[in-house]
Design a protein around this ligand. Structure first.
Ligand code: FAD
Length: 489
């Protein structure tokens, strides 16, 4: 997002005046760019906001901060758009100091419950906190903004469970949050715009990046060049990463894919192959690259668990929202990557709109969309750009052909590809849910978040959001006591 657009979003006092309506309460779940923008927009307009996040600090994925005890002297070295972060961080501190925002860190929300009793309406946000994430905590609110972001999609290949193979976002998180590099020599691979900042970040932090392997080809970019060129700021950002990689002599391998990770107990090398125009491996093109880290990712998927338990309608994999970022459930807004993966600038714009709209509606007013003109323009530009990117960076076709029968697909339940192929070929399963019942793929700790797209791909069906009753595992004791005591407000 341009500096101009950021500056249009107020993070401090509002010209509308604080307390210009009843001080109704808003729970914002997620303190990434979307949640922060929503919380600040709502607080400066008079809402009482509780910002709830699983992280120890605000920032989400894009503005992930190093742990305080590490004492980082120049955390901005690992970041982009630092000035925007400073505005959000300072705005949050101001609103906390004035008591308009309460920030609950280390709070993992497992369920949002809609209250529909005669004497109580609104929502109960149930969270777990404490070192073991077992202590229950309940926040009561009149309305909710879901700003829970996205998680990474990873498709399996032989050797992907070896120590040393991590997700691209995981490598980024270790660097930004822990100031650590996982190894000395890294390969970054998969598809999507996230790979560029990850490779550039690892290289500038001192890792030898032996290759950036992207399954999309230059012809994919060329085909959408016109649409992409309508977003020069984004192209400049991408070109900056490419320039950084070239300066550090990182080989860029477009239209290539990882076909295998090898090692004896830990990653030692990867096999990379060229792809033909259909996305199939070109025989004889395989090349072995020695490395101790493979950072791999095939795009992002929206976090929709909380929205689903509330009964919000989804559109494809994302929460469906209207122009005000309202879901179809009364009192529930959604913003950022939960409503579709689109980057930090788009998340900021959506969060701002959600916060403005929620505050007006909580005060019983019809919101005036002119109040968020700049954000709406930024949102339109962002969505348009993302549509172009999605067309460029679709996960490659035929990836499943490289998945050997012995490859573990569901890591939690240790289900190999052979079991899924047997469920489909011999037992007649045609959808991922039947495969799950026949093989246990997706029944483990992560509840299919990791293996869901892979199971669907091997089954030959479209991945669908799997309706999970809770957003994360909950101790039975907490579950048994939930609802016994309603909080006072
Ligand atoms: C692993 C990863 C790394 C990324 N790295 C980059 C990058 O380097 N550059 C880039 O341009 N984009 C990156 N992205 C994309 C990035 O997510 C967006 O650009 C931007 O951060 C989205 O903002 P958001 O507010 O929608 O979500 P996020 O920034 O993801 O924030 C969501 C917040 O919600 C919280 N949350 C989610 N569920 C719960 C729950 N149940 N209870 C409590 N809190 C919850 C999370 O802790 C998080 O703080 C990354 C995405 C991922 C998944």
């Amino acid at each position: 997002m341009s500096r101009h657009a950021h500056d249009a979003y107020d993070t401090h006092e509002s010209h509308e005046g604080v307390g210009g309506g009843a001080r109704r309460s808003l729970a914002v779940i997620g303190a990434g760019p979307a949640g922060l923008a929503a919380a600040l927009a709502a607080a400066v307009r008079g809402s009482r906001v509780t910002l709830i996040d699983a992280g120890a600090q605000a920032g989400g994925q894009f503005y992930r901060q190093p742990a305080e005890e590490l004492g980082a002297r120049r955390p901005q070295a690992l970041h982009h758009q630092w000035r925007t972060w400073e505005r959000l961080r300072d705005g949050l501190a101001t609103q906390i100091a004035t008591g308009r925002v309460t920030h609950l860190t280390d709070h993992h929300v497992w369920c949002v419950e809609r209250l529909d009793l005669d004497e109580a309406t609104g929502f109960l946000v149930h969270a777990l906190h404490g070192p073991a994430q077992e202590e229950p905590s309940v926040v009561r609110a009149d309305a909710v903004v879901l700003a829970t972001g996205a998680y990474e999609k990873v498709l399996p290949f032989p050797g992907w469970t070896l120590p040393g193979v991590i997700t691209a976002g995981g490598a980024q998180a270790m660097l930004k949050g822990g100031l650590v590099l996982q190894g000395r020599t890294a390969v970054v691979a998969g598809t999507g715009p996230l790979l560029l900042p990850v490779a550039a970040g690892l290289a500038s932090a001192g890792a030898e990046v032996a290759a950036l392997v992207e399954s999309a080809g230059v012809h994919h970019v060329a085909r959408h060049a016109r649409a992409l060129s309508a977003h020069p700021d984004k192209l400049v950002e991408g070109a900056g990463y490419v320039a950084e990689l070239m300066r550090r002599r990182v080989p860029l391998k477009a239209r290539h894919a990882i076909v295998e990770a090898q090692g004896d107990g830990a990653l030692e090398a990867v096999t990379v192959a060229a792809l033909d125009r259909d996305g199939r491996v070109t025989p004889g093109s395989e090349q072995v690259i020695r490395c101790d880290t493979l950072a791999v990712g095939h795009g992002l998927l929206p976090h929709t668990d909380l929205a689903e338990t509330l009964g919000c309608r989804l559109e494809g994999p994302a929460v469906a929202v209207d122009d005000e970022q309202r879901t179809d459930v009364h009192g529930v807004w959604a913003a950022g990557e939960a409503t579709g993966v689109g980057g930090a600038a788009l998340s900021l714009a959506e969060g701002h709109i959600a916060g403005c709209s929620a505050t007006a509606r909580l005060a019983g007013r019809e919101p005036d969309p002119r109040a968020w003109n700049a954000a709406a323009k930024s949102r339109a530009r962002g969505r348009d750009f993302i549509a172009s990117l999605d067309a460029v960076f679709a996960p490659r076709a035929h990836w499943a052909e490289q998945v050997t029968d012995a490859t573990v697909v569901c890591r939690c339940e240790e289900v190999p590809a052979s079991a899924i192929r047997e469920a489909v070929g011999e037992l007649g399963a045609t959808d991922a849910r039947t495969v799950k019942l026949l093989t246990r793929a997706g029944m483990g700790w992560c509840q299919g978040r990791m293996c869901g797209p892979a199971v669907a791909g091997l089954t030959g069906c479209e991945p669908r959001p799997s309706r999970r009753p809770f957003a994360r595992p909950v101790p039975l004791g907490v579950l048994a006591r939930a609802g016994e005591d309603l909080p006072d407000e």
